[in-house]
Design a binder for this molecule. Structure first.
Ligand code: SR1
Ligand code: MG
Length: 398
């Protein structure tokens, strides 16, 4: 299989032209490398009429280079996951036009009229539908790929075609190992190092992180997005699109839900140190908590409605089972929100919600809150019964 990077713009254009019905007018399209992620190369190919996104995977991690090899199978999994998600949540994902195994590349719809959610949150943009949209996306994609919907043969075939060990290993290490020890990959603001050191000494916390890692590795509940952070979501005031499911695999639903909740809470913590009017920042923090509540209630209601109307398994239809299942998903989601918050604060891959705060001391206040919330969510996840209780817990940590 060819794994060479597109050598120049002409090769990217040729690839887009050959594999889509676009760019045939004779006009020369432009090519822009727009990838700001950690792993792949992403290009926008555009002429006066059409625009598409070309994403290419190389056999290593982009930000590290050949020293961190990575299976190319991730781009197959990404293309097929986008298609599966599109089948159940069409409004929330870009259309896939082509997947080419030879070039390890996918061509998809350009959603350039949307903003990256992380940038939108940092700019405190009002996104009134975000919680509902994310809740719908999660309910539809997770329900329809789970044993609540698929028959036993379909489900096992789906698990087997979405085995994604290289990408899972990244998560297993970066979420559950590095931030809980003095790992060389960690990046720690010296002003919060004592908090990091306390985390490394906290044996109770490490047992809870181990339980979350074990659940992540063994509980093949549904086809997850697998990396649902704010950088994987694009938004307008009325539309939400989820991209980049290269980490997709069959895992616990709570991992996706927790990742996105964790990112909303990272922004909550970042607001303290970000520029701006204090009242405006406070109002945005309240909006973030409202969004988490809307996300969860939408997810819960839509998932349970899907079970009621579509689940064929009489055992899973036993009264109370789906409710108990969802209750467990809520608590574990809080745990994964905690691991996402901690690894984004002191681990390898940080987030601009915190890192764009230039002053180390000011940033350490936001980072300290993030770490305290992260630890609490992991340790107390079983006691936090609802989004309302979560709200109280976050406010008590401030
Ligand atoms: C080396 S990859 C670091 C992070 O970037 C990806 O988007 C995932 O979140 C991963 O953990
Ligand atoms: Mg990504």
């Amino acid at each position: 299989m060819t794994t060479a990077k597109f050598a120049n713009d002409a090769e990217v254009i040729e690839f887009a032209r050959t594999n889509t019905p676009y760019f045939t007018s004779g006009e020369a399209p432009s090519v822009e490398e727009i990838g700001d992620g950690n792993i792949n190369f992403v290009y926008r190919v555009k002429d006066s009429k059409d625009s598409v996104i070309v994403k290419q995977a190389l056999p290593y991690v982009r930000i590290i280079g050949e020293g961190w090899p990575l299976s190319l199978d991730r781009i197959r999994i990404e293309a097929s996951t986008l298609k599966t998600e599109g089948q159940w949540a069409e409004a929330y994902v870009p259309k896939v036009y082509c997947f080419d195994e030879q070039q390890s590349a996918v061509i998809m719809e350009d959603i350039g009229d949307h903003d990256n959610l992380r940038h939108a949150l940092i700019a405190r943009k009002p996104l009134p539908a975000l919680g509902r949209h994310l809740g719908e996306f999660l309910a539809e994609t997770l329900f329809h790929t789970s044993d609540f919907y698929l028959d036993t043969y379909q489900k096992k075939a789906a698990v087997s075609s979405n085995i994604n060990p290289d990408l899972c290993k990244i998560t297993e290490e970066l979420f559950f190992w590095d931030p809980f020890c003095d790992h060389e990959r960690n990046a720690i603001n010296p002003a919060v190092r004592p908090v990091a050191e306390a985390i490394w000494q906290d044996e109770v916390l490490k047992i809870e992180a181990a339980k979350l890692k074990y659940h992540f590795m063994t509980d093949a509940q549904a086809l997850l997005h697998g990396d649902l952070h704010s950088g994987s979501v694009f938004v307008t005031e009325t539309s939400t699109k989820v991209i980049d499911p290269e980490f997709a695999f069959y895992g616990p639903m709570s991992f996706d839900i927790g990742s996105v909740i964790g990112n909303l809470l990272l922004n909550f913590a970042g607001q303290i140190g970000l520029e701006g009017d204090t009242e405006e920042k406070r109002a945005y923090q309240m909006y973030l908590l409202d969004t988490i509540e809307a996300l969860w209630h939408t997810f819960e209601a839509n998932f349970l409605e899907n079970v009621k109307s579509k689940c064929q398994d009489p055992v899973f239809n036993a009264p109370g089972f789906a409710q108990a299942f969802i209750g467990h998903v809520w608590h574990e989601s809080l745990g994964y929100a905690g691991t996402e918050i901690i690894r984004r604060t002191i681990g390898l891959a940080h987030v601009a919600d915190l890192d764009s705060i230039e002053d180390e001391q000011i940033r350490s206040v936001s980072e300290g809150l993030a770490l305290s919330v992260g630890v609490t969510l992991i340790k107390q996840r079983h006691e936090i019964r609802s989004p309302q209780v979560l709200r109280a817990v976050i406010q008590a940590a401030e």
